[in-house]
Every structure is written in C-alpha cells, then in structure tokens.
Design a protein around this ligand. Structure first.
Ligand code: GLU
Length: 337
C-alpha cells in the first residue's frame, strides 16, 4: 500500500502505468486528494467499483493531484488506506498519479496547438464580464470569445496584457451522450437518457491551461482527465452527478485528440443536512472506517439500493453479495432488454 507522497515526475517510472488489455471493461475512481474520503466520495467509489466487478472488469485508482495548492500527500495516503480498510481491492503497483504525468498533458496540448484549436486568452474576469454585458449576456460562466482569433471582438485585450489562459475552441453544435441505464429511478433520474449540450451556448471556449506561477503551464482538470482516461483505456466512467457538467467538455477534447469516448453514468450525490452536496470544500466529515459494514451498507442505500443481508461481519461476504445484487439489477435488466 502506498502510504507516502508520490515520487516526483522526474523520479517516476513508468509515467504511464501498465495499461490493461483493451476490449474489456475498465473503470476508475479518481479522487482529488484535497481531503479525506467522505460519505459522498465513498458512494462514487462504490458505484464505480461495483460496476467494474459486476462486469468482470478492472478498476483503476487515479489520484488527481495536479492542483498543487489543494492536494495533500497525506490525504492521498488516507484515501488509499480507507479504501483498503473498507475492502476495496486494487493493485498498488498500478496507481495513477496525475503529478507524474505532466509531460503527457504537454503532448496533448501540443497536439491541440498543431491543429490550431487553442488560443491565448488575455482577458481578466472584469473584461469578460464587461464584454458579456455589452452583448446583453448575463451568464457570467460563458466566455464570449473575445480573444478568439477568427472573430471580430467587441473588446480586444491589448497583446501586452498578461497571458491568462489557453482556451480550446468549441463547436457550435450539440455534443451528445447517453447516460448509462440504471438500477432504479432513485439511483439515477437520468438513466438511459440522451444528454445534449451545445458548448458554444452554455460555456464558450474553455480553459485547458494557465501559466504556472513559475515557468510552464498548469493543466486543468478537463485536459488531464481526458488524457488519463484515454491512456488508461477507460471504457466506463462512473462518477458523481456533480461532474455531469464536465462531460460535454471532455467528449469535445476526446474528439479533438482522437480518443474514444467512454460510457458515462453519473451517480446520485449525498446531500448534507443543509441541502448542499457533501464535498471536501464544504468540510464533509471524514468517514470513520472503524466500523466498515454500516458505512458500506449506508453507501448502498445512498445509491438507492437495499442493504445486503449479512450472515456475519465479513467484508468479503459484503462485497460478494453487493456485486451479486448489482449484477442482478444492472446486467439482469440489460440482458432482457
Ligand atoms: N477528481 C474529481 C473529484 O474528486 C473526480 C474526477 C472524475 O471522476 O472525473 O471530484
């Protein structure tokens, strides 16, 4: 079990861990080590794990630790330790650390640059807001394309302004995917439904890199996740519903980089007493792994599933039964469709 900080990129070998044979189910859980595992992240871990096992697939663990301000080596170690204590099985030799893969993100960036899909953006937040209001647009999330090279811009930031970001051009057409079919409406109200997002309308050209405080670039989550899912041959992404908003962006980047699009299923979020989703940002309590079974049974219920009937206290029994239940509900249903 890895209990210490990951090796630096220079020491890391190999940069791309052993990649499994293509053609099988390959799922993953990709926590950001900005805090401990909480009830919400446990649900995402469990859903991705059960789905992989129910398909006789592989399950990879990826530590998304490129946000140097928020990532903590002790949190990564604690997440791995907690998963292990709860009976998740994974190969410690095949852990992925994003901090070891920066050169792959640079290669993807270079590939996008060679296709003329990227441009330098020098707009400050205020300039973006001003430009939007001049166009009568109110949604501050949308980038109005001010620095996009082929567009007449209402506001043109002077070339001497500092470089603030690299943006990727988005197409003016909807990007579609179909959410995985699922177990129960409570487990996923979007199950089996086709989703569609026109990024040009909802977001505009989005940021994939920013100048780092020293030299070089900081890579965004959107770019790194697409490169990693592609390199690992991920076939199924099972993750929390809060990440559904990133899916169209990721599919767009996959298409630009010539990568296959995995199947997506976004599982329910666990809400706190205040009605907000539990997250590390709002200080969700760490799970207490001294009593694994009640935690695991609760995670099943959080997924809209019944707890499994146990004869004893063994974690192995829990996982066997949980996988059997999942297989029956998910694959049994698929098989008769
Ligand atoms: N690292 C992200 C998180 O902890 C998850 C990324 C993903 O599953 O695509 O929320």
């Amino acid at each position: 079990m890895t209990g210490s900080a990951p090796p630096s990129e220079a020491q890391a070998a190999p940069k791309t861990p052993v990649v499994p044979t293509p053609g099988t189910y390959i799922g993953r859980f990709a926590p950001s080590p900005s805090g401990p595992l909480h009830r919400g992240s446990l649900v995402a871990a469990m859903a991705s794990y059960l789905d992989a096992l129910a398909h006789d697939g592989q399950w990879l663990l990826r530590i998304e630790d490129i946000d140097t301000l928020r990532s903590r080596a002790d949190a990564a170690a604690a997440i791995l330790r907690d998963l292990s204590t709860l009976g998740f099985r994974f190969d410690p030799q095949r852990l992925w650390y994003q901090s070891q893969r920066l050169s792959r993100y640079q290669q993807a960036f270079d590939k996008l640059t060679a296709q003329h899909l990227l441009y330098a953006c020098r707009c400050s937040r205020k300039e973006i807001a001003d430009s939007l209001s001049q166009r009568g647009m109110t949604d501050a999330r949308i980038y109005p394309g001010t620095c996009r090279p082929d567009r007449p811009a209402l506001f043109v930031a002077p070339a001497t302004a500092p470089l603030r970001a690299w943006r990727v051009q988005v197409p003016a057409r909807p990007i579609r995917w179909t959410e995985g079919d699922w177990l129960s409406p409570r487990a996923s109200p979007l199950a089996g439904r086709t989703q569609s997002e026109n990024l040009a309308q909802s977001l505009g050209d989005f940021v994939i890199a920013r100048p780092a405080s020293g030299a070089g670039l900081d890579w965004t989550y959107q770019l790194s996740v697409v490169v990693d899912d592609g390199d690992a041959g991920i076939t199924h992404v099972v993750r929390g519903l809060d990440l559904i908003d990133s899916t169209a962006r990721q599919i767009h980047l996959q298409q630009c980089l010539g990568l296959p699009t995995p199947h997506y299923w976004h599982c329910p979020l666990v809400m706190g007493a205040d009605g907000q989703k539990l997250s590390k940002q709002n200080g969700a309590a760490a799970i207490d792994t001294r009593h694994p079974l009640p935690l695991l049974q609760q995670a099943l219920r959080d997924l809209g599933l019944p707890a499994v009937a146990m004869n004893g206290e063994s974690l192995a029994e829990f996982w066997l039964k949980a996988v059997a239940q999942w297989r029956h509900l998910r694959l049994g249903r698929e098989a008769v469709r």
